[in-house]
Design a protein around this ligand. Structure first.
Ligand SMILES: Nc1nc(=O)c2c([nH]1)NC[C@@H]1CN(c3ccc(C(=O)N[C@@H](CCC(=O)O)C(=O)O)cc3)C=[N+]21
Length: 396
């Protein structure tokens, strides 16, 4: 279906030659008018976040940039609804079981959808649901025209085959970008591009772009090799012209004074080569899922540090960190749900990143806080992908 453009075009007839510079603005596209109307009707979003560190590193404010990004998405959705008279974009989330952290993130996503005008639908399945049951739910959502995006909340219970579940989502509705069709197209350079880029990597590069941090010609260390963050972000950085991209495999990321529960037989020291790789990087992107393991001596002076990790740790005794393991293998305490950043006494748990923010802030040039860094950008990226899926529908 072709969009029904409104007859709204102001052009300047008295000038014979093509307009230059600001003169071009005499012709307003409907999009521009919608955006201008929206932007002038709402104040600049403000962010309550302040860095918790005392060093001089600039805070890359994920909350602020996500709020701006969401405002742009909201304007596009408003234009789609008013001028093109189309329905709202739709996002369906599938959650299996009742992990408190999964339910918390899905609630954040549904709130964000409501903010920008996306129809959100939550499909909850019991923790003992079998493979066929989940595949049937995904098939049903694949053929439901109200939903332009389908998201399977990870991790799924261990008795299910995660890859096969991700593979049964329609790749054109795979807003997480984890279907092998989209992963392959992202990994491969050339004519074909993926339908969707995974949310956390997209949020990272969007934050760098919005904060005017150049990737071109920089050397980058990506810590962690996961399907969801590590590998896709290394492909995105390659496409953005990074000079060197070193992906550090999680297996070799061993940290002194930390109990390595996954690989107890391994020697407990950091490989000197690995450490030098990270020390020489202009940009460090950490997606390990272990609390505060990136210390001051891992970071080159003036580097940019992006922290994708989310680790709940006990509030009062900091030595509790040593017991924290990878997020997907850890049972998240229910008390994590009651976390209130403003009222610490309400909960026994707080969220920290992979980076020891306080000490690293004395050497880094810029870094992202946790919370308030990549988390909100991930959610905004999900909304952006959902709008993208919906906007393609009119060309099908
Ligand atoms: N298929 C799939 N897609 C995902 O995108 C996905 C997933 N599975 N599994 C789990 C992770 C985790 N995740 C987060 C998103 C936002 C915040 C976020 O907004 N965090 C806030 C704090 C939230 C709070 O504690 O209130 C912040 O960092 O400031 C956190 C975590 C998406 N995930």
């Amino acid at each position: 279906m072709r969009p029904n453009w409104p007859k709204l075009k102001l052009t300047c007839n008295c000038v014979k030659e093509p307009l230059r510079g600001w003169g071009r603005r005499l012709s307003f596209s409907p999009q521009l008018l919608a955006r201008a109307a929206w932007n002038s009707s709402k104040p600049e979003p403000d962010s309550e976040s302040s860095p918790s560190w005392t060093g001089s590193a600039i805070m890359l404010d994920g909350r602020l940039q996500a709020a701006r990004w969401k405002r742009e998405i909201a304007a596009k959705i408003l234009f789609r609804r008013t001028s093109k008279r189309m329905g709202p974009p739709g996002l369906a989330a599938v959650v299996i079981g009742d992990r408190p952290d999964s339910l918390l993130y899905v609630r954040r996503k549904s709130e964000a959808c409501e903010e920008v005008g996306i129809r959100f639908h939550l499909e909850r399945l019991p923790g003992d649901a079998d493979q066929d049951m989940v595949v049937n739910v995904l098939r049903k959502l694949n053929s439901d025209d109200r939903f332009h995006g389908i998201m399977l909340q990870l991790p799924v219970p261990v008795h299910l085959n995660e890859s096969r579940l991700l593979g049964s989502i329609n790749p054109m509705k795979d807003v997480d970008g984890l279907h092998p069709y989209n992963v392959g197209r992202l990994a491969m350079r050339g004519t074909w591009r993926p339908a969707f880029i995974p949310c956390a990597p997209l949020g990272c590069v969007e934050l760098l772009w919005r904060e005017n941090i150049q990737i071109k010609g920089r050397s980058v260390a990506v810590l962690g090799d996961s399907n969801v963050v590590g590998m896709p972000i290394s492909w995105l950085l390659r496409d953005s012209g990074a000079s060197t991209i070193n992906v550090v495999h999680g297996y070799w990321l061993k940290v002194p004074e930390q109990n390595n529960m996954k690989f107890p037989a391994q020697a407990n020291f950091v490989e000197p080569n690995l450490l030098n790789t990270v020390r020489n990087a202009d940009i460090i992107i950490s997606a390990i899922g272990r609390a505060e393991v990136i210390k001051r001596d891992w970071v080159k002076a003036g580097a940019t540090v992006i922290d994708v990790g989310i680790n709940p740790i006990p509030w009062d005794h900091h030595e509790g960190i040593a017991r924290c393991r990878h997020a997907s293998s850890r049972k998240v305490p229910a008390a994590f749900l009651e976390q209130r950043p403003d009222k610490p006494e309400k909960s026994d748990y707080k969220v920290v990143g992979d980076v020891a923010a306080e000490e690293v802030s004395h050497v880094a040039n810029a870094m992202t806080p946790v919370p308030g860094g990549i988390g909100p950008m991930t959610i905004a990226a999900l909304l952006s992908n959902t709008y993208l899926g919906a906007s393609r529908q009119e060309y099908l």
